[in-house]
Each structure stands twice: as C-alpha cells, then as structure tokens.
Design a protein around this ligand. Structure first.
Ligand SMILES: C[S@@+](CC[C@H](N)C(=O)[O-])C[C@H]1O[C@@H](n2cnc3c(N)ncnc32)[C@H](O)[C@@H]1O
Length: 209
C-alpha cells in the first residue's frame, strides 16, 4: 500500500467489517487480490448508487464480490444487482462475503461467461459496472448498451490500463488493444455522453442519452 492509499484510508469513512473481510480474504484466498477495486472506487460506486437510486444494477466481473457489496449496501428499497463471474472457484468466497454484509437477498450471482449470461437477462438496467476481461470490453458494451435505460449509466474500470493506452507507442498486448478499442467505440457513440475519470486505473463514466 503506498503513502497516498494509506492516507486516504486514514481520512475516509472506514469501509466497515464486511468489506474489510472481503478485501483481506481476496488477498489470502486467491493469487490475484489486487483485482478488487479498492475502497476509493468502492466509495465512488456507493455514492453513484446513492445518487442514482437504481432499481436494476448489472455487474460484469464479480471476482470476490467486493464492489458488488459496496453497491448493494447503498441500494434503495427494492433495488437488485445481477452480478456475473466466470470463475466458479470464486463462488464460495463471494457467497460468504454477501452473507457477512447482509446483502444476499439483493443480489443474484450468475456463474458463467457474461457474454452468454447477459442476453438471458431482461433489462432495462439503471447502472452497469463493467470490470471483467479487458479483451472483451467492446463485446460487453455492445451486449449491454441497448439494455440501459435513457439516463442510465455504464461505468467501466481500468480504461487507462496502467497508462498503456496513452503512452505514445501502439500497444500490442490484447488487453491494451481491447481497452483502446472500447474507449474509441464509446467516443464514437452519439447515443451516450461520457468522460474518463483518471482515478486509480481510470473509470469510463458513460451516460445513455
Ligand atoms: C477485476 S476482477 C473484478 C473485480 C470486482 N468487480 C471488484 O471490483 O471487486 C475481474 C473478474 O472478471 C472475471 N471475468 C473475466 N472474464 C469474464 C467473463 N467473460 N464473464 C464473467 N466474468 C469474467 C474474472 O474471473 C475476474 O474475477
């Protein structure tokens, strides 16, 4: 943890026991704990949910359920989250975290490939959080954009991809190429208004007109 992150954790409202437990278990029980979005992005998602008061939220890429719980804890009465995770080895940890946070009844967990699951889910969605395989961001966007209601939001994480997308050299790795194609697609889509928030690894905030 760097000095900035330590300072933010000291200043900000503590995330609470359940989220701290999920974050810690993500490091202890998987080999890629850094995939959790962290408390600052989590708190931003919480505030988006508080302001927007969505009834239907879709998350693509659950991992340990950390971001899911941030959003679930802020949902208004009757609000629901569908979250999709391709790796079935995560299911036990995800469900334990939901139980600890007391949000199980607000969440439907789908284990499978989002590209198979999304077409089977009926929209419209008020908020979509895209945070799965960077190579497939274009496909996720194309799968959800028509299912987002006017005024609804799509938030996509990691769209600066460690600076590789603006470093000057043309990136060759498939993740960077996927993110670049996604950002270009959104920029050319006149159905939406959007901006990139350079927080952590970059969040593309996209509002359907
Ligand atoms: C960055 S992590 C998600 C982190 C989580 N949203 C959070 O902030 O706590 C990405 C997750 O997406 C999952 N994933 C990758 N491709 C997927 C797909 N096609 N469908 C569903 N999940 C996928 C990975 O297994 C991984 O757990």
């Amino acid at each position: 943890m760097d000095a900035l992150e330590r300072y933010l954790r000291e200043c900000d409202t503590p995330q609470g026991d359940a989220l701290a437990w999920i974050e810690r278990q993500s490091w202890l029980r998987t080999s890629h704990g850094r995939q959790v979005c962290g408390p600052t992005v989590g708190a931003l998602l919480r505030e988006i949910v508080r302001l927007q008061r969505p009834q239907r939220v879709l998350e693509i890429g659950t991992f340990s359920g950390y971001a899911t719980v941030w959003m679930a804890m802020a949902l208004p009465e009757g609000g629901r989250i569908d979250t999709i995770e391709i790796n079935d080895e995560m299911e036990t940890l995800i469900r334990e975290g939901f139980e600890r946070a007391g949000v199980t009844d607000r969440i439907r967990l789908h284990i499978g490939d989002a590209l198979d699951v999304v077409p089977a889910l009926a929209g419209p969605f008020d908020l979509v959080f895209i945070d799965a395989d960077k190579r497939d961001y274009v496909a996720y966007y194309q799968a959800v954009v028509d299912e987002v209601r006017p005024g609804g939001l799509i938030v996509a994480d990691n769209v600066l991809w460690d600076g590789k997308v603006y470093a000057g050299e043309t990136p060759r790795d498939r993740q960077s190429v996927g993110i670049l194609a996604f950002n270009d697609l959104v920029s050319g889509d006149d159905r939406v208004e959007h901006f990139i928030l350079p927080l952590r690894d970059g969040l593309h905030i996209i509002r359907k007109k």
